[in-house]
Design a protein around this ligand. Structure first.
Ligand code: NDP
Ligand code: 8X3
Length: 251
């Protein structure tokens, strides 16, 4: 059955792949983000099943009033994909930029919370809905320079699980989707302030996950019978694994 799906951060990477996949699956997508030109191109590509709408998830007032700005027949959201997010920097914590930390928390944590609160009450009133939050392997496995980014994703994971605690018995599902290394998005370019070489080096010599792989996983989650909740879904490319504990030895 065709669903109405709200995707945050649909101007690039996973978000654009979600939009393409969900429309191909026969759903309607509200594609949001800050770069409206990108959303207009997606609308041109995908036709009337895609509604482009500007939304900065860090703008609390815009998020709170967002549903009311949509055409009336687009306001009942069946599926929310909380995808907008970013990492900034990879230097050790003591060399980090406080404003980068603030932006990551404002987007990955506060923004995700506000969007959830704008959409969840309608789902509860209809006793129907699916929320997929973009967590990350970084929310479980620490790595040097991952400090605040990983911590925001750990928050997303626990928030997802806690939402289910509130929603037990209701027909509303919540999944924390936790990809590992994934190329083909703007993630590393944004992390390294636009430095293409540094970004490319992250994926050199790997066959990383792709945004289409992540969309495949989300498409499956959405297609499941209503009584099945996937709590967490962690995925990595076969070239990646969790390593041993780091041990710093004295000489
Ligand atoms: P991209 O950088 O390609 O896409 C990020 C998207 O988030 C863009 O569409 C951007 O849109 C949007 N965004 C950023 N800030 C805001 C904001 N304030 N308001 C609204 N939208 C915003 O990254 P990915 O596609 O790789 O990442 C998508 C999600 O997946 C993120 O949450 C990321 O943390 C997570 N993730 C990524 C992994 C990876 O390896 N790539 C692995 C695991 C998780 P715009 O700038 O136009 O607003
Ligand atoms: C993105 C994956 O390992 O680059 O969440 O942090 S990682």
């Amino acid at each position: 059955m065709s669903k109405t799906i709200l995707v945050t951060g649909a101007t690039a990477g996973f978000g654009a792949a979600f939009a393409r996949r969900f429309v191909a699956d026969g759903h309607r997508v509200i594609a949001t983000g800050r770069r409206i030109d990108r959303l207009a191109s997606l609308a041109e590509e995908l036709g009337e099943s895609l509604l482009p709408a500007k939304l900065d998830v860090t703008d609390a007032a815009a998020v709170a009033g967002f549903l009311q700005t949509l055409p009336e027949n687009w306001r009942e959201i069946d599926v929310l994909i909380n995808n907008a997010g970013l990492a900034l920097g990879l230097s050790p914590a003591w060399e980090a930029d406080a404003s980068d930390w603030d932006t990551m928390v404002a987007t990955n944590v506060t923004g995700l919370l506000h969007v959830t609160l704008a959409i969840l009450p309608g789902m509860v009133a209809r006793n129907s809905g699916i929320i997929i939050n973009l967590g990350s392997t970084a929310g479980t496995y620490p790595y040097p320079g991952g400090h605040v980014y990983g911590a925001t994703k750990a928050f997303v994971k626990q928030f997802s699980l806690n939402l289910r605690a509130d929603l037990v018995g209701k027909n509303i599902r919540v999944t924390d989707l936790e990809p590992g290394m994934c190329s083909g998005s703007e993630f590393s370019r944004i992390r390294f302030g636009g430095d293409e070489q540094k970004a490319a080096a992250v994926y050199a010599g790997t066959q990383s996950l792709t945004p289409e792989d992540i969309a495949e996983a989300a498409s499956w989650v959405i297609s499941l019978p209503a009584h099945m909740n996937i709590n967490r879904m962690e995925m990595m490319p076969t070239c990646q694994a969790t390593g041993p504990f780091a041990v710093k030895r004295q000489n």
